[in-house]
Design a protein around this ligand. Structure first.
Ligand SMILES: C[S@@+](CC[C@H](N)C(=O)[O-])C[C@H]1O[C@@H](n2cnc3c(N)ncnc32)[C@H](O)[C@@H]1O
Length: 230
């Protein structure tokens, strides 16, 4: 029988809630204290890899492509992006919890092949929303070809109540403005959410909902919202 042991924990900034790193044999899980289920588990990352594929399908041919990934988790989505983009790309990964970055620098890093060490990776330690709210004198320099969001279990705040902003009309408008023409926002979700699809359309995106399995060809069905700018 599997016996998961908590090996590290850290308070999520701005909350009193703990994020925990657990281990069982060679596998890891990240959990939020008091919330049932895992935020991420190293045994299942097919849908996190697919998030990168759906978000970056047009990015491989773009020189100096810019991609934003929020958050780091176990690094599977970041690693999948790095396999797709070219050598001149810059991939910014935003992670809210400093301990998650430390865990990735330690034993957790082996799960996805240490993508934070890739020279195309830039780390933003903080809220991904900070980057989306940032106003720039040269807006084109602050825009992305793809933005991939996997910070909660879907378009509802779970890790931090402030994440609600990301899925609000204002958050979606900011996401739209942070994209280059034809840019794509891809958002991971444990389930379909027709109300959120409508909100994306209202924010001017062309939207497709993709169903993906937790493991190749099997396991739970998750949804990836693929929202493209004109
Ligand atoms: C489900 S995990 C991401 C899993 C990741 N896709 C992977 O492949 O391993 C969610 C991560 O997002 C982080 N996070 C939550 N809210 C965030 C925010 N507002 N900004 C940046 N990171 C955030 C969490 O600390 C956690 O590391």
């Amino acid at each position: 029988m599997d016996h998961w042991i908590t090996i590290e924990s850290s308070i999520i900034p701005g909350t009193k809630v703990e994020l925990m790193l657990l281990k069982c044999h060679d596998d890891f899980a990240i959990r939020i204290d008091g919330v049932p289920g895992d935020l991420m588990n190293s045994r299942m990352h097919h849908s996190e890899d697919e998030l990168a594929k759906f978000g970056c399908n047009r990015v491989s041919s773009i020189k100096h492509a810019r991609v934003l990934v929020g958050g780091l988790g176990m690094g599977f989505t970041l690693a999948a992006v790095l396999k797709i983009v070219g050598v001149s790309a810059k991939v910014t990964v935003a992670e809210l919890v400093p301990a998650v970055l430390e865990w990735n620098r330690g034993p957790l890093g082996q799960c996805a092949g240490r993508p934070i060490e890739d020279k195309r990776t830039q780390i933003h330690l903080g809220d991904v929303a900070d980057l989306l709210k940032r106003k720039s004198v040269m807006p084109q320099e602050d825009q992305f070809d793809a933005i991939l969001l996997d910070v909660d279990n879907g378009p509802e705040a779970m890790t931090h109540s402030d994440n609600e902003w990301l899925y609000s009309p204002t958050g979606l408008t900011n996401l739209y403005e942070k994209l280059r023409p034809k840019g794509i926002v891809a958002i991971w979700s444990a389930s379909a959410n027709p109300i959120f699809t409508k909100k994306l359309k209202k924010a001017s995106f062309n939207v497709q909902e993709r169903t993906v399995r937790a493991r190749p060809g099997k396991g739970s069905r998750h949804t990836i919202f693929v929202a493209q700018k004109d």
